[in-house]
Design a protein around this ligand. Sequence first.
Ligand code: C5P
Length: 283
Amino acid sequence: MLTLKSPAKVNLFLRVVGRRADGYHNLASLFQVISLFDVIHFVLNDFDSLTCTDPTIPTDASNLICKAVKLFRQKVGINFGLRVHLEKNIPHQAGLGGGSSNAATTLWALNELLGHPATIDDLLHWSAELGSDVPFFFSHGTAYCTGRGEIVRPLQPPPQKLFWVVKPDFGLSTPHVFQQLQFDKLLQRDPERSLAECLSGNLSLFNDLEEPAFALSPELELMKKELLGSGFSSVVMTGSGSAFMCFGEGKIIPSETTKRFFEVNFVNREVGSWYNPTKTLSQ
Ligand code: C5P
């Protein structure tokens, strides 16, 4: 059996730079892996199966883990079955990349279990077929991602930060959030400048998808105001929401809508190994 941690990500900043003919949007975003993990157990087997601790997660062919198994089989041309058990901790529909991370972790696991028929670069490129956020996880945990998210420029991690991730009791659908986007209302920030600021430790946090998410869900905007009011210096949504990153000295007051929150830091993997929580960078 191979057991791996499957980490969440945040988007420290996210600019939407254009609409594409294929229905996607071009982005410029600083992605960072954080210390919030699912745990996945993998065993080679005669047939495929997937079980999960969370009964609300579909375990049929629509799950990105099943899609990753199928993709790997097609690409390497090896016949195998895989038994997978997923311990789910990362909230879904949160902008934390949980499903994408599970898919990337599955590709990594299969490559280990089957004697490395693929390079990490192969895995990164193949994984773009599974979703825009999957290739990022084959960086070392910090990357500037462009295109629809699948063009990954690996970077040195920014200086370490301890912060909170707060997930409301409702999620948001990524396509629905993108559909609400109004380009003429976006601030024309230069993402390369934001990148330079973040890497120097002066986190330049923003998310062009916040306004469309607030249009879909006004409670989310209220929640941001409450979190700012409770002392955090910066509160910004990650990905297409609905979770927020909260930086600074604030206090989270648990409520009906703020039931799930996690104190996290940045995580980077070492060359040749997958993400390992015991190897987080020191504070
Ligand atoms: O690539 P992924 O399957 O994660 O994308 C889900 C949906 O999110 C897409 O169908 C599209 O509606 C939206 N999306 C987008 N632009 C991106 C990424 C996602 O419009 N860069």
